[in-house]
Design a protein around this ligand. Structure first.
Ligand code: NAP
Ligand code: ZN
Length: 368
């Protein structure tokens, strides 16, 4: 068996990891642009810890705290201009996947002043980028260990830039920051991580044993801890397990990419305000059932240690996932299903899907 695995991010994991490693923050640049959403970086305490650590290291910084969910091209343009105006040479992104992905794109656009953001999508490994450090406050996307920056264009279409230079140079994971997530965000982000592990292993199908190990561990951990985290949201140990599982699932998709489940869910986040992880969860079982018709073993391997698709479906349903399916018009189903079959995810997902499958998925509340 021959395989390779690449993930260049230095990970600092554990309570107090930012404060205890302040020199590691300052080694990566001379002036930092801190990139955050509107509230969570402050509420979680992560912004406070980062600014304190930078002060200890006598490193100056500027702040951009306007990243919205499903970050837009417009936000990236404004922040990249600020980055250059302030002469920053490092991004420290603090928050959920939205600020982390925005931070990566800002670091890339700022380093390519003569390019438009649209051009960055064109052969992304060609372009230089400033370094990014990631400080996640959700336990979901794994963006702290991936090369993806998922953005929403000026027309409302979501898609990712995948570039090796997008891997954060360092990631600081402190479970304390995740304790301020409310129940809805905790569920949504944990189920996103679950989806990453399952989708990634669906694509991997055991070919890379490291990916298989990461995926199994992530699925088992989320299965075993999510309910406990919801009943004891301040339990740092349990929060840490969930955060660890989300990171492992990020390492899975860094290798495999995600499946059609992801682009199927994107329009629900942009147009129907369904959180990313919940949008994935709505479609995961329908996609798995379809693949399973021809490749049952591939699916049973991907969902392990869930014993069956039905058990996974009951798990997702226990968190209210299926109550969230919005009304989708015929026109939306038609346009969105066309976008799914044009995505890069479509090409790498096993199972011989066609456009009609996705149209039905949208119409049948996730194909349950
Ligand atoms: P998010 O969009 O970053 O944040 C969702 C909400 O949670 C926001 O209101 C945010 O507040 C809040 N929040 C975050 N951390 C919190 C905390 N500790 N306490 C209280 N509230 C908190 O959520 P996400 O699910 O982490 O990221 C989703 C995005 O990542 C999507 O755009 C998705 O496409 C992308 N994604 C990227 C990858 C990748 O590999 N790069 C993989 C999967 C998904 P604020 O707005 O105040 O921050
Ligand atoms: Zn995701």
């Amino acid at each position: 068996m021959m395989w390779r695995y690449y993930m260049p991010t230095a990970v600092f994991f554990g309570q107090g990891s930012v404060q205890k490693n302040s020199e590691a923050l300052s080694e990566a640049g001379t002036k930092a642009l801190l990139v955050t959403g509107k509230r969570s970086a402050r509420v979680s305490g992560a912004l406070h810890d980062v600014t304190k650590a930078l002060t200890v290291q006598k490193m100056s910084y500027s702040l951009f705290d306007e990243v919205e969910e499903n970050p837009s091209f417009e936000t990236i343009r404004r922040a990249a201009m600020l980055m250059n105006r302030e002469a920053c040479d490092l991004v420290i992104a603090i928050g959920g996947g939205s600020p982390l992905d925005a931070g990566k794109a800002i670091a890339m656009l700022a380093a390519n002043e003569n390019l438009s953001i649209e051009q960055l999508y064109d052969d992304p490994d060609r372009w230089p980028a400033y370094s990014t450090i990631a400080v996640p406050t959700t336990s979901g996307t794994g963006s702290e260990v991936t090369q993806f920056a998922v953005l929403t264009d000026d027309e409302g279409n979501k898609s990712g830039i995948s570039a090796t230079r997008n891997f954060p140079v360092k990631a600081f994971l402190d479970p304390v920051y995740t304790t301020t997530m409310n129940e809805h965000v905790t569920i949504s982000t944990a189920l996103d991580a679950l989806s990453h592990a399952v989708e990634g292993e669906l694509i991997n199908a055991g070919a890379n044993p490291l990916v298989k190990s990461l995926a199994s561990k992530a699925v088992a951990t989320i299965k075993g801890t999510l309910s406990s985290v919801l009943s004891s949201p301040d339990d740092i140990q349990m929060r840490g397990e969930l955060q660890y599982a989300a990171m492992l699932a990020g390492m899975v998709i860094a290798h495999t990419g995600t499946s059609v489940v992801h682009p199927a869910g994107y329009p629900l986040s942009v147009h129907k305000e369904i959180k990313h992880g919940l949008a994935n969860s709505l479609f995961l079982v329908g996609v798995l059932r379809h693949v399973s018709r021809k490749e049952a073993r591939r699916v049973s391997n991907a969902i392990e240690p869930f014993a069956s698709i039905e058990e996974l479906e009951a798990f997702l349903g226990s968190f209210g996932v299926y109550d969230l399916m919005p009304t989708i018009t015929e026109e939306e189903a038609r346009d969105w299903s066309a976008a799914v079959v044009n995505s890069s995810h479509y090409k790498r997902t096993p199972g011989d899907f066609d456009r009609e499958f996705f149209e039905n998925l949208y119409k049948r509340a996730g194909g349950k």
